[in-house]
Design a protein around this ligand. Structure first.
Ligand code: AMP
Length: 184
């Protein structure tokens, strides 16, 4: 099975190869992957612990590029420059299927205008209505997928220790199977 870093490299290569910031992210992720391979760690191939290291490495690499503030992969999705399976859209936000689903249903809800909302911890007082709108949209798309009948989880990863890998605020809506806790 392909590791998370290998999958991330594949996504980056297919979609954003021309952006300087993303090229640097690609190099960082590749270096992290090589390091893990040298240590005999192959991400998902070697079980849960290795996968966690792999994802943390990718998150550290993404954080470095994020400080440059360039466009993210989600900006390309909003502009329809790369494909995504969009399940909901209004004037403020968009919801689409995660390319690397962690459950039978895995959606991402994002603001169309990132502004300062590269991550939740950057939110200001005047972002409150957008934050409410995103959460309410998560509720709507979950219902659209039938998850309101069984339950689901909404997750926001923030920063390196939160394992955030795309610096454009997004809510994960995850369901369709029994989830476990704690998330790890
Ligand atoms: P996070 O790690 O919380 O920043 O989540 C970023 C999410 O974006 C991951 O679950 C990725 O699988 C997902 N992702 C990255 N690129 C794409 C893409 N092109 N289309 C859909 N989802 C993506």
């Amino acid at each position: 099975m392909m590791s998370a870093a290998a999958r991330r490299i594949g996504v980056l290569q297919r979609t954003l190869g021309s952006s300087g910031a993303v090229r640097r992210e690609l190099v960082d992720v590749r270096q992290q992957q090589q390091l893990l391979q040298r240590r005999g760690v192959h991400g998902a191939d070697c079980g849960g612990e290795a996968k966690k290291h792999d994802e943390a490495a990718a998150a550290r690499a993404a954080a470095k590029s994020a400080s440059e503030g360039g466009p993210t992969i989600f900006d390309k999705i909003i502009k329809r420059e790369i494909p995504a399976t969009v399940v909901f859209e209004d004037e403020l936000c968009m919801a689409f299927r995660d390319v690397n689903p962690q459950a039978p249903t895995h959606l991402l809800v994002i603001p169309k205008e990132r502004g300062n909302l590269s991550q939740l911890s950057k939110a200001q007082e005047d972002d409150k209505s957008m934050l409410g709108h995103l959460l309410y949209t998560a509720n709507r798309v979950a219902a659209q997928e039938g998850l309101d009948k069984t339950g689901y989880r909404v997750v926001i990863n923030d920063g390196v220790e939160g394992c955030q890998s795309v610096y454009h605020l997004h809510l994960h809506v995850i369901g369709g199977r029994q989830l476990t806790w704690p998330p790890g």
